[in-house]
Ligand binder design. Structure first.
Ligand code: HEC
Ligand code: HEC
Ligand code: HEC
Ligand code: HEC
Ligand code: HEC
Ligand code: HEC
Ligand code: HEC
Ligand code: HEC
Ligand code: HEC
Length: 372
């Protein structure tokens, strides 16, 4: 059994706190430690001070795009000792108390359960109190600013072979995080599942490789048999949010194509939770229900040079039938759906006139039943 390689930048010593209890419910299933239960805490620079970002008024010119109302009005004394532009003196109260005096709602925000350390320290860790070239008076471009301290995330983004536009477009990091404080762990503005599904619920979304993506809201509503980790609302059990090195941001390898030569490590994603012997041993009477007598039909289909990958038969997120068997697979350039016509029988199942002539399997006896 291959050990799943932990992607770099993760700490295997700590459990993901978001990991739900379901991982513990199927101990027999989990041969390895749940190595997929990865990302935890990446490196962060905990220097307790501003990172040398300018808080002095920016020189006038085309660069200054945004000016803070009280500064613009020339009311230096609201925050400083004197109303003298040339020599306003030091600020009169602590930075944050000063900000709260006008931005009262921030007292409430900063009372939330999870507080961002730099916001507790000083609002000026990220904001210029006078003026800025970035919106919201940010003292730098948001991603650059965040990853200046979050070195681990910086590495994840920089080294990502597969990028996630969610991180760099729109509200960038604040698509998912509140930079100040939140009631959800990891400063998330919503539970991860809700974040993912909220964005991934449009038709016509295109992945980095140009392939169309699923409308998850519609798909999850139409397909009631959810894969256990999806049921546990744990998209991060399989996907890396900030960018990754595997196909589809997966936390471990999974073959990108319909056919692939068999190698246990090519399926490290599935085998991080499932026993690889379901697929890799030719004969079994216990490990899989997909067998005819003792002939392992998983082995027959998957374990060869031009092996069918799991997607030939299984949906990974949610399906209409038991065992996450697909209704059909896209075929040809226009994505025509080839129906699989899988039917369960009391002693196994059958596939009708699809990839091959109708065939059935019997997993209740040890004698092989010939195809109908
Ligand atoms: C909304 C509050 C606010 C207003 C209004 C304001 N400042 Fe400041 N200013 C600050 C804060 C906060 C700092 C940073 C103090 C610190 O962190 O050490 C600062 C720092 C400065 C500094 C020192 C920068 C440095 O490098 O240490 C100068 C100079 C300055 N302000 C000038 C002005 C002038 C001139 C005005 C009026 C036109 C003004 N400020 C209005 C909040 C304000
Ligand atoms: C004297 C009142 C006052 C104080 C003190 C004050 N602000 Fe403001 N601030 C305003 C006003 C007025 C606006 C503009 C109206 C708005 O956008 O909410 C504003 C806008 C902002 C914005 C931009 C909002 C946007 O939509 O672009 C940020 C960020 C901000 N303030 C941060 C701070 C920080 C950080 C401090 C403490 C260093 C502070 N403010 C202190 C009155 C104040
Ligand atoms: C770690 C960086 C960081 C710190 C520290 C920080 N902010 Fe912000 N703040 C942001 C970012 C990023 C945004 C823009 C959020 C967005 O686009 O949704 C923002 C937005 C704001 C806004 C505009 C809100 C709005 O709805 O338009 C205000 C006001 C503000 N911050 C005040 C504060 C105050 C007060 C503090 C100190 C208690 C503070 N910030 C500390 C990063 C920070
Ligand atoms: C000045 C440095 C600094 C900046 C800038 C900064 N952070 Fe942080 N951040 C920290 C520190 C320190 C912690 C606390 C880490 C810890 O507890 O181990 C933290 C914690 C976090 C956490 C929670 C991590 C956890 O394990 O619970 C998230 C999420 C986060 N930051 C996101 C952001 C985002 C998004 C931005 C930009 C808007 C940002 N940070 C900017 C220093 C920074
Ligand atoms: C699409 C949503 C999304 C976006 C956008 C996003 N994050 Fe996260 N982030 C998450 C989720 C979900 C978690 C917690 C689960 C996990 O780690 O996968 C997390 C965890 C974190 C953590 C704590 C865990 C760790 O690795 O230390 C930090 C720090 C962090 N994010 C920083 C950032 C920064 C900085 C940005 C912008 C460059 C950003 N995030 C953009 C969703 C997002
Ligand atoms: C702010 C919107 C937004 C959020 C939130 C979001 N995504 Fe995405 N996601 C996108 C966009 C846009 C793309 C397509 C462009 C790209 O490849 O990055 C994408 C692409 C993807 C891809 C395909 C990447 C590829 O190119 O192969 C996966 C997988 C994915 N997202 C999973 C997730 C998961 C899991 C979450 C929740 C943690 C999530 N997304 C949250 C906007 C979002
Ligand atoms: C058990 C692992 C697993 C879980 C949990 C999981 N995914 Fe996936 N996801 C995959 C695999 C494997 C693929 C690639 C499917 C393929 O190409 O056949 C994928 C592909 C995707 C894609 C790109 C392709 C598409 O059809 O859109 C998106 C977006 C995505 N997942 C989002 C999510 C979201 C949102 C969640 C949580 C609701 C989630 N995933 C939970 C394994 C998982
Ligand atoms: C994070 C853990 C995890 C990952 C990764 C994962 N699964 Fe699962 N899967 C489960 C759990 C838990 C169950 C429910 C227990 C069971 O029925 O065996 C399950 C159930 C299934 C079932 C239905 C079993 C049945 O008889 O109803 C299939 C089929 C399946 N997974 C296929 C896959 C494939 C294919 C992959 C890789 C693309 C994969 N799984 C990745 C955890 C996972
Ligand atoms: C040719 C179709 C096909 C392919 C390809 C396939 N499966 Fe299956 N799988 C099935 C069928 C049919 C069942 C239901 C067996 C039954 O009747 O209980 C099943 C059941 C399962 C189960 C439930 C436990 C069991 O074995 O009965 C798991 C887990 C599973 N498959 C994982 C995988 C993984 C991982 C892959 C890819 C490496 C894969 N399957 C590829 C058809 C397939």
């Amino acid at each position: 059994m291959e050990r799943v390689e932990l992607p770099s930048g993760t700490d295997s010593m700590t459990m993901r706190p978001l990991r739900p209890a379901w991982l513990l419910l199927w101990p027999a299933l989990l041969l390895t430690t749940p190595a997929l239960a990865a990302p935890l805490k990446t490196e962060v620079i905990k220097r307790a001070t501003r990172r040398g970002l300018a808080v002095a008024p920016l020189p006038p010119g085309p660069n200054v795009k945004w000016s803070h109302a009280p500064y613009e009005a020339g009311d230096c004394a609201i925050c400083h000792e004197r109303n003298d532009r040339a020599n306003p003196g030091p600020i009169s109260t602590s930075v944050n108390e000063n900000c709260y005096s006008c931005h009262e709602e921030f007292k409430g925000i900063m009372a939330r359960r999870f507080k961002h350390v730099p916001a507790v320290e000083a609002c000026t860790n990220c904001h210029n109190p006078h003026n800025a070239t970035e919106r919201k008076l940010l003292s730098g471009e948001m991603v650059e600013m965040c990853v200046a301290c979050h070195k681990g995330i910086k590495d994840q983004i920089a080294n990502a072979k597969v990028r996630h536009d969610a991180v760099s477009t729109g509200e960038k990091c604040s698509n998912c995080h509140n930079p100040h404080a939140a009631n959800i762990e990891k400063l998330l503005i919503q539970l991860p599942f809700d974040l993912c599904v909220k964005c991934h619920s449009r038709d016509g979304m295109i992945a980095g490789d140009g392939k169309p993506m699923t409308n998850f809201k519609a798909w999850l509503a139409d397909n009631k048999v959810w894969h256990e980790p999806v049921k546990a609302k744990d998209c991060s059990a399989c996907h890396r949010t900030h960018g990754g090195s595997n196909f589809r941001l997966l936390v471990a390898p999974y073959p990108p194509a319909f056919y692939a030569p068999y190698e246990t490590k090519a399926y490290a994603l599935c085998f991080g939770c499932h026993n690889d012997k379901v697929v890799s041993v030719p004969e079994t009477t216990t490990l899989t229900g997909f067998r005819d007598g003792s002939r392992n039909l998983h082995y027959v289909h998957v374990h060869k040079e031009r092996g069918r990958t799991c997607r030939a038969c299984h949906e990974v997120h949610a399906s209409k039938q038991a065992h996450h068997i697909r209704e059909g697979v896209p075929y040809g350039p226009k994505g025509w759906m080839l129906k699989i016509n899988y039917t369960r029988t009391p002693t196994g199942g059958s596939c009708a006139k699809t990839c091959h002539e109708t065939k059935s399997y019997n997993n209740k006896t040890l004698t092989s039943s010939a195809p109908k």
